[in-house]
Design a protein around this ligand. Sequence first.
Ligand SMILES: Nc1nc2c(c(=O)[nH]1)N[C@H]1C(S)=C(S)[C@@H](COP(=O)(O)OP(=O)(O)OC[C@H]3O[C@@H](n4cnc5c(=O)[nH]c(N)nc54)[C@H](O)[C@@H]3O)O[C@H]1N2
Ligand SMILES: Nc1nc2c(c(=O)[nH]1)N[C@H]1C(S)=C(S)[C@@H](COP(=O)(O)OP(=O)(O)OC[C@H]3O[C@@H](n4cnc5c(=O)[nH]c(N)nc54)[C@H](O)[C@@H]3O)O[C@H]1N2
Ligand code: SF4
Ligand SMILES: [Mo]
Length: 885
Amino acid sequence: MTDRRLHTTCAYCGVGCGVEIPRSGDRDIQVSGLADHPANQGRLCVKGTHLGEILPLQQRLLRPKLAGKTVSWDTALDFISQTIDRVRTETGPDSLGFYLSGQLLTEDYYVANKLAKGFLGTANLDTNSRLCMSSAVAAYQQSLGEDAVPGCYNDLEQADLVILVGSNLAWAHPVLFQRLQAARKARPQMRLVVIDPRATDTSRAADLHLPLKPGTDGRLFNGALAWLADNNVLDTDFIDHHTQQFEDTLAAARHHAGANWAALADDCGLALVDLLQFFDWLTTTPKTVTAWSMGINQSRSGVAKSQAIINLHLATGRISKVGATPFSITGQPNAMGGREVGGLANQLASHRGFTETDCNAVTRFWNAPNLARKPGLKAVDLFEAAARGEIKVLWIMATNPLASLPDANRVREALARVETVIVSDVVTDNDTLAYADVILPALAWGEKDGTVTNSERCLSRQRGFLLPPGDAKPDWWAMAEVGKRLGYEAAFNYSGPAAIFAEHAAMSVFESAPNRQFGLQPLTNLTPREYDNLAPSQWPYDAEGRSRARLFGDGRFATANGRARFVPVAPAEPDAAGKQLRLNTGRLRDQWHSMTRTGLVSRLGQHRPDFCLTLHPADAAERDLLEGQPVRVTNAFGRFVAVLALDSSQRRGDAFAPMHWNETFAAAGGVARVIPPVVDPQSGQPESKHALVSVEPMSISCAGTYVAEHLPETLARGAVWFKRSLGAQWLWTLFYTNRTLSDISEHWQSVAPNTGITLTDSEQHWFQQASPSGQTPSYWLGLSDRQRPVPDTDWLQQHWQNDEVSLEDWLTGKPGEANPRGDLICTCYSVYERDIENYLTRHSEAGLAEVQRALKCSTQCGSCLEEVSGLVQACKVAAVTVETA
Ligand SMILES: Nc1nc2c(c(=O)[nH]1)N[C@H]1C(S)=C(S)[C@@H](COP(=O)(O)OP(=O)(O)OC[C@H]3O[C@@H](n4cnc5c(=O)[nH]c(N)nc54)[C@H](O)[C@@H]3O)O[C@H]1N2
Ligand SMILES: Nc1nc2c(c(=O)[nH]1)N[C@H]1C(S)=C(S)[C@@H](COP(=O)(O)OP(=O)(O)OC[C@H]3O[C@@H](n4cnc5c(=O)[nH]c(N)nc54)[C@H](O)[C@@H]3O)O[C@H]1N2
Ligand code: SF4
Ligand SMILES: [Mo]
């Protein structure tokens, strides 16, 4: 590590990029990609590039609270320990629940598990990873004998065929996508197949996009196995010597897929020629990587689908070889670390289960008085038990379940029913915090210190470089203090993360089963200094302490007999939609989950400013829905409102909405309200991608935009609002169904400070008022019963503090069409859709490289490269069409 720059890892996704930070101790910093981190080799995506912008203390949680009042840590911790102690005596340890997160550091996670499972005696400790990759975990455990990702990132670069299934890599794992794209550029013979019902930036970059019927992946992969068997592409030697149960699996696959390829294509909603092209490439390409993510995992048969993928790789021996592996990509920065310390309710620390042998080993290692000896409740079941009144204390840490679990209305009932809800977070405001009895301020990224493990098993240090603000404390510390207060002084007396990591590493090699892959042998005796300076490394390690990039290379798997298991599967498909639409949910490029951090960064909100439901134009027309109109999305579980967007690449019958919006950012909540609590029976992972919904138009009496620091009650009343950050101000989009323009404007004028300037039109269709900078409060309000009034937000942001601007200018705020420059494409250089289109109109010959040179877009982090290149291509096509027309 150099002296001037501190090395750490990114706060966000499972790619786990290394980041360099100036050692200024300042919150106003520019980060850069760490050149010698194996995950990113200097690259960063748009979220990583803008990490510095989540450091300001705006909306930061700084003090513990008990029943709404600020208290000292002592008071909060005494209360928690006394409550836990009372409850476990009165109703038993299983009325305690913990709900954790893949955004905790390994050290936090380790202490939580030790406290709950080892000392309190309950395994009712689960994590949001249940919603994320628990299906892949269960599949690896059954097929390979251990939850161990066999391949590494380099395999995606070395493969001749990369298949991305249910993954929007370009947006969700952008740096890995950039590595893949660079490899394709260097070796143009490499092929990329994307399997996703939806057209995405990832699919647009592919050689072949299979826009399959949602949920039919299992059938497709079973079909592929049958095809490969028919065409003698199986590795019979590998099957004979290193696997078991092949014949049954092949028979099941044949049965499930059927013998007719045209019928299979039809079942999967694919063109036969595309299906055969895919099968042909599979046949001829030994170096194949299949990488999958939430489009596979978040399903009622996520485990079986993952196994269908693994079966295919085992049958062809395409596993553990350079450029040939099945690869589940994890989402969160420390999803893997959580798996390592037993963060899931059905696991114990160090990849152990609840077998007699494992329980005894853990008891001995921890000297644990009350080890839980059976698996606990998985996330959806844990909240269901809570809603029934069976959980009395629920400690939620680094996750926002009311926004992310299915059936939000039931989760709300659960939170209301639990006697003591404890929430450890870093922000003052999220959906779940509203239900907390005790609120604990945790250290956030940049302040906390520990380790994380990325998607390819690479363990890196995440280092603190800022002083803790207010009373914020590490998550591990809060739990260790509770442990000590409950009388387990010796077990929880940690001096810091180095001591916790040392114990975790020692545990990983304690009475280890001979074929277990997970083990941190070379890291067991680190001095605190060595821990501080720890360089990134991948587990497992060989006898010399060197990382092994690929597992099972010798053909020995982690099962009892060393053979991988084929699993016969016929993955269940989601319910038929009938007249309803199928709601698919997922990520946007610039937002992270429930937006508690990225939602505060104005710039990151501009790429997709509105909470949109996207439909095919024909589906919208059938329902009399108009683009830009708010629509109500409903089913038996609940409803939410979003703004309608149309996209002719959307499959007929499918809808898409981002998972990010929730009650903090949208008055009528987000998608979680309509996701049914349907889970995979083996993994407990919810089916978050296939909710059936009805969509209806909302008739609007008035629409508005309000820019200020707070939304006053006069405007909030009766409004469906959405809010987004403009930095120091928020912008609220307002839709009213039963208040007229004159009703709202009159009420407003009767209570609002008349410091500004007002404008209405003679026909009373518009009302605008603004109170310029320098006035308190400053605000900008536009109301209309014709068209949603939107100011030029760039202009407003620039002039908010500028006293020179005339009142008239300030009032108009240069309003124009809703999105005058289109959506933001390049977040780093503020280049909008229209900027690129205008440039191309003026320079019709310009290609991608010239646009990049002229406008600088996609030359910093590269996250928008696919979008820019898409626009360049679209303009070329449009120009040709005009010329030939
Ligand atoms: N920008 C950004 N990046 C993130 C995150 C974020 O919040 N924002 N979160 C991180 C986390 S925790 C995770 S888990 C990952 C998730 O990363 P991804 O899994 O890549 O992201 P999603 O958008 O959830 O879903 C991927 C795709 O699955 C498709 N899909 C839906 N149904 C099906 C189906 O039946 N079959 C197939 N084949 N595909 C289907 C969707 O259309 C979608 O394009 O992203 C990580 N990275
Ligand atoms: N419909 C639908 N639902 C989904 C998904 C989907 O694709 N569709 N995806 C699912 C997936 S894959 C995931 S991973 C989940 C994510 O869902 P959540 O985990 O609920 O989402 P986050 O917004 O990341 O919540 C993290 C919380 O922790 C806080 N926080 C951040 N850092 C720290 C810290 O260091 N300590 C503490 N104590 N708190 C911190 C943040 O402010 C935030 O409130 O959503 C799942 N839900
Ligand atoms: S890909 Fe982007 S969000 Fe993910 S770790 Fe790297 S910089 Fe962070
Ligand atoms: Mo996730």
